[in-house]
Design a protein around this ligand. Structure first.
Ligand SMILES: CC(C)(COP(=O)(O)OP(=O)(O)OC[C@H]1O[C@@H](n2cnc3c(N)ncnc32)[C@H](O)[C@@H]1OP(=O)(O)O)[C@@H](O)C(=O)NCCC(=O)NCCS
Length: 135
């Protein structure tokens, strides 16, 4: 098992497959998956001994104030083995994110305990997530 930051065509195809397994990423095209990896400041993957992508997380960041974490996904067959914890630790301890002020993410309530174990808090006062649907 190894940590990867460079994604081959095969890894991106495997990320596309991982995306089809989750409700919020299902339906993303391979082309958009490629654009998403290229357009994210940090992508971290976990690859198996056979170099298959079994875990993924990406971060959009200004490297100073904010680091927004997206698409935390572990392949179904590999869940419960510590990879989710490992990926979050890799993000939090990434050398380029050392001085970032806030790590942020959004998630459903059932995931709160997972992120709370990593120091995240849903106690953000009156702040609301807002969205304008576009393309
Ligand atoms: C959430 C996910 C990334 C966790 O990865 P994982 O490799 O199975 O997690 P780990 O084995 O490292 O376990 C991490 C901890 O979170 C807990 N946990 C795992 N999945 C959880 C879930 N769905 N809800 C709440 N807690 C969870 C584990 O019990 C473990 O607790 P511990 O550290 O006290 O033992 C993985 O289940 C996944 O890919 N789920 C589908 C995608 C998803 O929902 N991503 C999060 C979007 S917000």
């Amino acid at each position: 098992m190894k940590v990867i930051c460079e994604f081959s065509e095969k890894h991106i195809e495997q990320l596309h497959v991982l995306y089809q397994g989750e409700w919020w990423t299902r339906g993303r095209s391979l082309e958009d998956t490629k654009k998403c990896v290229l357009g994210s400041q940090l992508c971290i993957g976990i690859a198996s001994e056979n170099d298959d992508l079994i875990g993924f997380v990406r971060v959009l960041t200004d490297f100073t104030f904010k680091a927004l974490i997206f698409d935390v996904i572990v392949a179904q067959s590999e869940r419960g083995k510590g990879l989710g914890n490992k990926m979050l630790s890799l993000v939090k301890n990434h050398e380029h994110l050392k001085s970032v002020r806030h790590f942020e993410l959004y998630c459903f309530p059932e995931m709160l305990s997972f992120y709370e174990k990593h120091g995240f808090s849903a106690n953000v006062g009156e702040i609301k997530l807002m969205r304008l649907a576009n393309a």
